[in-house]
Design a protein around this ligand. Sequence first.
Ligand code: PMP
Length: 288
Amino acid sequence: MKIFLDNQLVDAEDAKISVFDHGLLYGDGVFEGIRLYDSCIFKLDEHLIRLEQSAKALMLNIPMSRVALANAIIDTCKANNLTNGYIRLVVTRGVGNLGLSIKNCNNPKVIIIADAIQLYPKEYYENGLKIITVPTRRNNPSALPPMVKSLNYLNNILAKIEAQSLGYEEAIMLNDQGFVAECTGDNIFLVKDGMLYTPKIASGSLKGITRQVVLDISQDLSIKYIDTDITRYDTWIADEMFLTGTAAEIIPIVEVDSRVIGNGKPGIITGNFLEVFKSKVREEGTKI
Ligand code: PMP
C-alpha cells in the first residue's frame, strides 16, 4: 500500500512520523474521511472546504493548496489501484517540542491513506440498528467547537466505549443543555408525521457532508425538513430514524433507549432517502 506523506508516495512500512508530532502528542490536527465510488470521489470539494475551515479554526496552516490536495488524493487512489474505498486525509500540527505551544511547529504534515472501506455489517442496513443515549456529552462549543473535525475525538471515543460496553454499536450524544447533538461518528435524522428533523448545527453536531446530501435529497423528495433542538423524547416517539455519515452512508435506526422506533423495521421514507443517495454517489463525483 502507498501512503502520501511529505509530498510523496511511500510504502506503508516507510510512512512514519515523529513522536514529537503534536498530532500524536496532543491530538492537534484535523482530518477528513472521504469516499471513492466507482473511481469517483464523492463531494471532494466539500470535504476540502471543511478541512480548510477546521484548520482555520485551529490556526493551522495547511501547507498545500486545495488543488494540490485534490491531486494528491487522486494520485494516492491511483497508486493503490483503488476504484472503491475510503480516503483518510489528515493534517497534523507537525513536529514541535514537548510543550503545548505551536511556536516551534513549523511544518504541518499532510497524510493521505486510501484503503478499502470497513462497512457496518449488512444486517444493520437490512434490519436496522439499535442505539442508546450515553452519559458522555458532546463537546461544549465554547471549549472545542464540534464543527471542527479535529484529531481529538476523545469524548466521542468515551461515548463509543460506553455504548459498546452495553452491547450497542452507536450512541446518541447530548449537548450541554441536554438536547440531542449527534452520534459518535454520524449525524441524526428523525421522521415524524412526514417531516424530517435533524439537530441544528448549533446543537453541537458536525456539519456532516452526508447530512447536507440528505437535506438536498429531501428537496427532491418534496419532504420538508427542520433543523432544530431535538430532545430524547422526540427520538423515542419518532416514526422513523436514521443516521448519516461518509462511512455509514444512511443507516436505519429501529430502537433508541429500549423504545422501538415505528414498527421496529427500517422506515419507508428512510428507504427512499437511501435509494436516492445510492444513485447520487454513482452519478456525482470527481473522476480519478
Ligand atoms: N459526526 C461526527 C462526530 C463524525 O465524526 C462524522 C464523520 N464520521 C459525522 C458526524 C458525519 O459526517 P460526514 O457525513 O461528513 O461523514
